[in-house]
Design a protein around this ligand. Structure first.
Ligand code: SAM
Length: 327
C-alpha cells in the first residue's frame, strides 16, 4: 500500500479539488468587490485532466477527495464528473463543499451519482443578513439542506464563517436550526486566504469566543472520534443533541500538526498548504497530452516542500482569490 509522508512526518492522503473559479454568490470574505479577474475557460482543467490528476494521486496514496471551488455546482457537467470520480478504483471517499444554492435541482442527481458526504456553507439564516454576506438568497439553500436530509445523505455539515459584527447574532439561530435538522455545524475562523476588504482584525471572531457562548448555552461533550478528515475539534451539545465543530485556523496553535491535505486549483496548480504561496503547475504533465508519470513526479516534489505550518499568523498576504484555490 502506498503512503505519502511529508517532510514533517505527516501522512498526506486528502486532495481538495477546485473545479471552477466561478461562483453564483459573492461572499464578503471570499471575493473582492467588482472582481472580474476570472480565469480564461481554456485555463480550467477538463474532466479528463482532473481525473488524470486524481488517478496519479491515488497511485501515490491519496484516498480522500473533496470537490470544491468557486461554486462547484455551477461547473457544467459536474454531476457526471463526481460520478466518474467516485467510480475510480481506490478512491475511498468523495465529498462536496457547496454554497447549496443549486441543491434543490442537483441533490437527487448527486445522490444518484453516489455522493454521500456534503458540506454546505451557511453563514446566516436570516434572509437579510445572508444577503448582506453572500449577495444571494438563503431560501434555496435551506430547501437544499432539507432535501439532502430527506434523501438520506449520511454526512451533512454546515459551515459558518465567523465575522464579528456581521453574523455573530446568527450563532444561536444556526445552532437551533442544525439541531432541528440533525446536521453538524462547524464554526470557521476567518482566514486571510483571499483578496478581500473583509479581512481585518476588527472582523475576526475567534473560535474560543464561540466555545464560551456554546458553553453558556449547553453542556459540551468533546467527541473522541474525529468526524471527517479535517482539523475541526468536535463537541456534542448534550441538551440540543447537535454536533458542532470549531475550526480555529488562526488561534489554534496545533492546527497544522495533523494536516493531511494538498489542494488542486482549478487551473492545475498543486498547493501543499493553504496559507503559503508555494504552488506547482501540473499542466506540463497534462498538456499537450496527459502524462501521469510526470504528474506523479510533480506531486512528489510538491509534497517534499509541504511547510510545517501556514503563514496566517505572519501577516500572510493572499495573492489569489479563494475561489480559484478552493476552500
Ligand atoms: N462555493 C462553495 C461554498 O461556498 O461552500 C465552495 C468553495 S468555498 C471557498 C469553501 C469554504 O471556504 C466555504 O465553507 C467558505 O465559507 C470557506 N471560506 C471561504 N473564504 C474563507 C475565508 N476567508 N475564511 C474562512 N473560510 C473561508
Amino acid at each position: 500500500m502506498n503512503e505519502l509522508i511529508d517532510p514533517n512526518g505527516r501522512r498526506v492522503d486528502y486532495l481538495r479539488i477546485s473545479v471552477t473559479d466561478r461562483c453564483n454568490e459573492r461572499c464578503l470574505y471570499c471575493l473582492p468587490e467588482n472582481y472580474s479577474d476570472w480565469l480564461p475557460r481554456a485555463e480550467i482543467l477538463s474532466d479528463d485532466e482532473l481525473l488524470a490528476v486524481v488517478r496519479a494521486a491515488v497511485s501515490l496514496g491519496f484516498k480522500k477527495f473533496r470537490v470544491t471551488g468557486g461554486e462547484p455546482l455551477v461547473r457544467p457537467g459536474v454531476v457526471d464528473f463526481i460520478r466518474n470520480l467516485i467510480a475510480l478504483p481506490d478512491v475511498e471517499s468523495v465529498q462536496l463543499t457547496t454554497n447549496g444554492t443549486r441543491l434543490p435541482q442537483l441533490a437527487q442527481p448527486l445522490f444518484d451519482a453516489g455522493l454521500r458526504r456534503i458540506n454546505i456553507s451557511l453563514d446566516a439564516l436570516d434572509e437579510k443578513i445572508y444577503r448582506a454576506i453572500t449577495s444571494g438568497d438563503v431560501r434555496p439553500v435551506i430547501e437544499g439542506i432539507k432535501l439532502v436530509k430527506q434523501l438520506g445523505f449520511p454526512s451533512v455539515k454546515l459551515n459558518m464563517v465567523l465575522m464579528r459584527g456581521k453574523n455573530d447574532q446568527q450563532i444561536l439561530p444556526l445552532l437551533n436550526f442544525a439541531a432541528e435538522h440533525d446536521v453538524a455545524l462547524r464554526f470557521i475562523e476567518l482566514m486571510p486566504v483571499s483578496l478581500t476588504e473583509m479581512l481585518s482584525e476588527k472582523n475576526f471572531l475567534p473560535a474560543a469566543e464561540v466555545y464560551s457562548i456554546l458553553k453558556h448555552e449547553d453542556e459540551l461533550v468533546p467527541l473522541t472520534e474525529p468526524l471527517g478528515f479535517g482539523p475541526a475539534k468536535y463537541f456534542r451539545l448534550k441538551k440540543r443533541g447537535v454536533t458542532v465543530g470549531l475550526i480555529g485556523a488562526l488561534s489554534d496553535l496545533h492546527f497544522c500538526e495533523r494536516c493531511n491535505k494538498m489542494r488542486l486549483t482549478c487551473d492545475g496548480k498543486l498547493r501543499p498548504c493553504l496559507g503559503n504561496h508555494l504552488e506547482t503547475d501540473l499542466k506540463p504533465g497534462l498538456r499537450p497530452q496527459i502524462d501521469e508519470a510526470k504528474v506523479r513526479e510533480l506531486f512528489r516534489s510538491t509534497l517534499s516542500q509541504k511547510p510545517s505550518e501556514h503563514l496566517f499568523r505572519h501577516n500572510y498576504q493572499p495573492q489569489r482569490v479563494m475561489t480559484a484555490i478552493g476552500g
